[in-house]
Design a protein around this ligand. Sequence first.
Ligand SMILES: Cc1ncc(COP(=O)(O)O)c(C=O)c1O
Length: 375
Amino acid sequence: MTCDFLELAAPGVRGLTPYQPGKPESELAREFGLDEADIVKLASNENPLGPSPRALAAIQACLDHLHRYPDGGGYLLKSKISEKFGLPLDGITLGNGSNDLLDIIARTFLTSAHNAVMSAHAFAVYPIATQAVGAELRVVPANAPDHEQPYGHDLAAMRARIDERTRVVWIANPNNPTGTWLDPAALEDFVAGLPPTTVCVLDEAYIEFMDPALRPDSLHWVARYPQLIVTRTFAKAYGLPGVRVGYALAHAQVTDLLNRVRAPFNVNTPALVGAAAALDDEDYVARGVANNRAGMAQWQQGLRALGLGWLPSAGNFLCVDLGRPGLEVFKALLPKGVIVRPVANYGLPNFVRITIGTERENAIALRALGEVLGR
Ligand SMILES: Cc1ncc(COP(=O)(O)O)c(C=O)c1O
């Protein structure tokens, strides 16, 4: 007799939709008989410069030790983070990507008796992490399309949805997929005004790409506001999405709780040594940021020439307004070897999200986009 496993699943899991990753190059090559080397993947907000040479050297040097478990306390990497940002070691939690940390935070603070608040059009892992543990998800309408941060987080509306059962509020700054960001003073007011029963997760996955003038003073806020958890990643500007490593910065007591939930050895050895080396590779990060700035200008000029609009972005991607279904354009670009990201699942059916690539990749993708749109 077969059983209905859906019936057996935890109630929160039954309604989940799996996270949709960017389409891998290998899959596209198989489907269309393309040479993988010719494919331009601008779908996962990766660093187009390849991994940091210093990180690569450190990873290669650790391979002889893979018969040993990783350092479960992540001492080397945590020390480097502590030193770089002037933060105490007991305020750092390491994750298998920052995704892992979002999940750990949800499991630490949320139950079926609680709720989490997030903005519409915000990162897709927040609903998964929230609902998997059976908590109620409160999705707050975002800014109107004519706002200076269109589709961005509306902090006042989010504050209004927080009640005594709200244990977590998810904030992405800049947000994926919109690229929108928050005014630092307004964000600090929001954090300072939270009830003592709510933890605020400030997801700064793209912070290194942000113009320093727009960045909040979030690392200092961690000391000032004990309810604040800042999450960051080595997957974007540090160029290491393939090994999976991120970190959370928080009050020591919060950090202690997160480390109770964290799986033992959640960060593997290549990730630990690669991230520690990447943190020192300031030249690599600077080159990535400079490439991003130049690529943003190239894309904006190209999009303007195609008569297309886009949302303001502080990240390494642009959310492009096609005025027609993004899924169709995504599909039409595939045989041309270009992968972008449709974002209908984010409530933005007429947009696609395009990662800023190298100058060459941007030029190829812009040409293909023009061909698909007949412009
Ligand atoms: C806003 C945001 N947060 C977190 C992540 C997760 O990054 P990772 O788990 O690779 O560190 C991403 C990845 O795309 C993201 O866009």
